[in-house]
Design a protein around this ligand. Structure first.
Ligand code: FES
Length: 164
């Protein structure tokens, strides 16, 4: 078993593991609960879970975490921007909206969160609000009928609120 030195509080993970009986059949739920705590799945947490659940390895847990879109291996931003790219939103212009966001918030290659940790951006499938397409959700707030101009203004406002 690997002894980890980490900034992570493993007692929280132990509690989750014990709540779910250290069972590998509960792996998805365990990962969901750990993600609720940290807002993403830290690498050390994945290694720890892989070591603690019998019949699993850190590599297997990492494989599961990367397979499912619901899990994030990167910290999310203070503002989580979700751009719907379901059919209705796509047809009504979600991609130009996404492009406008990316232009406004440059990110390192392959990353979904800005360096300052303020914003993260992801595309999601239909949010069930097709009548309002194209839809963007920032944290829990729904922004209907987005355009590149409108989303740029919204981000400007949030940045101003954050003193940027
Ligand atoms: S396709 Fe975007 S809300 Fe349905």
């Amino acid at each position: 078993m690997t002894e980890l030195k980490s900034s992570i509080d493993f007692t929280k993970i132990d509690k989750i593991l014990s709540d779910y009986g250290y069972e590998k059949t509960n792996l998805i739920t365990v990962l969901q609960k750990v993600q609720e705590v940290y807002k993403f799945l830290p690498e050390d947490a994945i290694t720890y879970i892989g070591d603690k659940i019998e019949g699993l390895s850190p590599a297997t847990v990492l494989g599961v975490a990367t397979f499912y879109a619901q899990f994030s291996l990167e910290p999310k931003g203070k503002y989580e921007i979700k751009v719907c790219d379901g059919t209705a939103c796509h047809v009504r212009g979600s991609l130009p909206v996404l492009e406008a966001i990316k232009e406004k918030l440059p990110m390192e290659n392959g990353k979904m969160t800005t360096k300052d940790g303020l914003f993260s951006v992801e595309t999601v499938s239909c949010l069930g609000a097709c009548g309002l397409a194209p839809v963007v959700v920032i944290n829990e707030k729904v922004y209907p009928q987005m355009t590149p101009e409108a989303i740029t203004l919204i981000i400007d406002t949030l940045m101003k609120e954050e003193g940027r």
